[in-house]
Design a protein around this ligand. Structure first.
Ligand code: IVH
Length: 701
């Protein structure tokens, strides 16, 4: 179909160079509406109102204004909607080894704490030397490249860390990805690195995009991600993408004894390794490196946001292992936060899924270190009072890494006359219930519980979020839309959405394909691992890590449910068992008990369980061993390893580690000077072993 061959009146246009910011914002707003109207007319009603040339002119005008005022790019910008494939449409690929993230340090003290933790874990003396490799941290997108007998066979984005999108065809267009490794190569290896765009390539791309009336990218990271994740690989082939390799996943044989030797192998195989990467032998050298790279940062050809420090010795890396999703052997030391000043236009109070009232500042949009910021957290009422933040104030804003921007202080010299101190509401802005603040707590909470619509919708948003049910195409906006429609009361209603496919398809902004994709994405999640299920419930203080601990400990849904109901009785064995799980503790046990004491919560869970297949906990990284499923307690001081290392090893072998000896304990490992727990084990007839016997059992060399 071609657009209607009739000319429409040309709007009287000012040259883009002469627009003020106000004009530009207003015109972008009307262009967004205008283009959306023509899109609907063309795609949904098959009834175009203007010619193709006129339509293209509108898009070009929009792109030209966005290119001159990138900070004014609207969330509903037309350039965000067409030309770039959405994130769906790629097949999923499972990584052989999970792709992890990194913990952050923001100053020398936090870096020193990282080193101290590693030494403690390894049982090393406080002054023991540690060697590192430092690598500038590029904010691009990480990818996993699989090579079989030296040949590139598959490549995937990081995704959720377990599985990503199959972008093999796109990666094949990149000259920086060797199709064949040079020299000898293992039968199988996963090589990880960062795909990014240089500053020069980013600027050139945006210029070309603007000239063609296409999407303008907000920063090099988005440009790299948008360029790689293209269903049409010809588009990727036309983009200039770079790659630095820096890590290893699974390998069929040992490649090196140190990370620096591994980087050398990567170079021999034909990869680019960041030339600024350097071996270091002390914390002092790391601090000096951090300072030097920080000073060179602006002059580099690509954006970096910090430096990654990795312990060089791979044997130590193996011993250190992981905690949650981050390795104990590496840390990202971020550069200091970037600051800017702007005007605070309003304070809105949001209600979170647990009822917490959070004040959020609405700001005059301002660019902070390359990112446009229009909102910032004010934390809580005490913080507002402490900083005396008032509506109308000019404030100092800061953002660091991925954290939510924060208000640091008020520029009181620039306070306009007539401002008044902010009064925090004592009623929930969403449901009008009393918002109470228990003595000793900083957070005020809505007491409306299940009747509060804001809490309900936030719980649903949490439920579908990435670490929870991770339903493709069902983000915050859509959940709110369907909630407002009255389709979603509780989480089980999400699984009734596929039955509304036709209704959804007919909605504005939807179509047959998108409604079908959504229905499929929901159906695909009827099968869910227990830890994600627990996390999705949004119980206070049950984050991803605690959800994994619970799933691991209770193994399957039916058992978990029974035990949680039993634990609602104070003083019950179930309650004390729950509280004795390492990492859970009595306070979190109480939180769980409170949740399960509410019959409506239990009903909601049961309604879900009836429609879902909840898979028992996978024993993450665990191998079948004599210790699988056993409950182990360590007591006394161990000589050959630290307590955390012993615990991590036991868990890697499939055992549960708890703090108290009970009838359910299978094994007590007695270190030196073991006291009451050793006696208790003897009384209960629980098996005890010495540290040497434990090393034997756990297969230490
Ligand atoms: S190592 C377990 N090395 O940072 C090791 N990551 O916050 C995890 N990144 O997803 C990755 N430069 O996208 C590593 N030299 C570097 C890196 C790097 C950038 C990114 C990567 C990763 C994220 C973790």
């Amino acid at each position: 179909m071609s657009r209607k061959p009739r000319a429409a009146a040309a709007p009287d246009q000012h040259p883009v160079e002469e627009l003020t910011e106000g004009d530009a914002a207003a015109e972008l707003e009307s262009l967004a509406k205008e283009i959306a109207k023509h899109d609907r007319a063309y795609h949904q009603q098959d009834a175009p109102i203007i010619t193709d040339a006129e339509y293209d002119a509108l898009r070009r005008r929009n792109a030209a204004i966005e290119a001159r005022f990138p900070e004014l790019i609207r969330p509903d910008s037309p350039s965000n909607r067409v030309g770039d494939a959405p994130a769906t449409g790629f097949a999923k690929l499972r990584h052989r080894q999970p792709m992890l993230s990194l913990d952050n340090a923001f100053d020398a003290a936090e870096f020193a704490e990282f080193c101290a933790r590693a030494r403690r874990f390894l049982g090393l003396a406080a002054e023991a030397k540690l060697s590192f490799v430092a690598e500038p941290k590029i904010d691009g997108l990480s990818i996993n490249l699989t090579y079989e007998n030296g040949r590139f066979v598959r490549g995937a984005t990081r995704g959720d860390g377990m599985e990503g999108e199959d972008v093999t065809a796109n990666l094949r267009t990149m000259s920086a990805v060797p199709q064949q490794l040079h020299g000898a190569a293992p039968a199988l290896i996963e090589i990880r690195g960062e795909v990014f765009m240089t500053k020069a390539d980013f600027l050139a791309l945006n210029e070309a995009q603007a000239a063609a009336g296409q999407k303008i990218f907000a920063n090099p990271r988005n440009a790299a991600a948008g360029s790689l994740r293209q269903l049409d690989v010809r588009i990727t082939a036309g983009r200039r993408l770079s790659l630095f390799a820096y890590a290893m996943g699974e390998a069929s044989e040992a490649i090196a004894a140190t990370h620096s030797a591994y980087l050398t192998r990567l170079k021999q195989w034909g990869f680019a390794v960041n030339p600024l990467s350097a071996p270091l032998t002390s914390e002092q050298e790391a601090a000096a490196f951090q300072e030097r790279i920080g000073a060179e940062r602006a002059g580099l050809g690509y954006d970096i946001d910090g430096v990654v420090y990795k312990i060089d010795d791979l044997a130590l890396q193996r011993r250190l292992g992981f905690v949650g999703r981050a390795p104990r052997w590496a840390i990202a030391w971020k550069f200091p936060a970037e600051q800017a000043t702007t005007v605070l236009e309003d304070i809105r109070v949001q209600v979170g899924r647990t009822g917490a009232l959070t004040p959020v500042a609405t700001l005059q949009p301002v660019n902070v270190g390359g990112v446009l910021v229009a909102r910032a957290t004010l934390h809580n009422e005490d913080e507002i009072a402490r900083k005396d933040v008032r509506i109308g104030d000019t404030v100092v804003l800061q953002r660091a890494g991925d954290v939510i921007p924060q208000i640091v202080s008020v520029v009181t010299e620039r306070r306009p006359p007539g401002t008044v101190p902010y009064v925090f509401p004592d009623h929930c802005p969403a449901c009008g219930s009393v918002a109470a603040r228990p003595a000793g707590e900083v957070v005020r909470r809505c007491t409306g519980g299940l009747i509060c619509p804001a809490q309900r919708v936030e719980r649903l948003i949490h439920f579908v979020s990435r670490p929870a049910f991770d339903i493709d195409g069902l983000g915050e906006k859509t959940v709110r839309e369907f909630y407002d429609e009255g389709w979603l009361h509780g989480p089980a209603d999400l699984f009734r959405l596929p039955a509304r496919e036709a209704e959804i398809a007919a909605r504005e902004g939807w179509g047959r394909v998108s409604a079908r994709n959504l229905a499929r994405a929901i159906e695909a999640r009827r099968r869910v691992p227990l830890d994600r299920f627990i996390y999705a419930l949004g119980i206070r203080r049950i984050g991803e890590a605690n959800a994994r601990l619970l799933a691991h400990h209770f193994h399957d849904f039916a058992n978990w449910r029974t035990q949680m109901l039993a634990a609602t009785t104070i003083g019950s064995e179930a309650r004390s068992e729950l509280g004795s799980i390492l990492g859970i503790g009595p306070a979190i046990a109480e939180e769980l008990a409170e949740f399960f004491s509410e019959p409506r919560n239990v009903a909601a869970i049961d309604e879900l369980a009836a429609t879902l297949t909840i898979e028992p906990a996978a024993q993450a990284n665990a191998v079948e061993s004599a210790l699988t499923g056993k409950t182990v307690v360590f007591t006394g001081s161990l000589e050959s390893m630290s307590r955390p290392e012993a615990k991590a090893r036991a868990e890697a072998l499939g055992a549960k580690v708890t703090d108290t000896v009970s009838k359910k304990t299978d094994l007590v490992v007695l270190g030196a000077d073991a006291g009451s727990k050793a006696r208790r084990a003897a009384e209960l007839g629980v098996r005890t072993v010495t540290e040497a016997e434990w090393r034997e059992l756990a297969g230490y060399s």
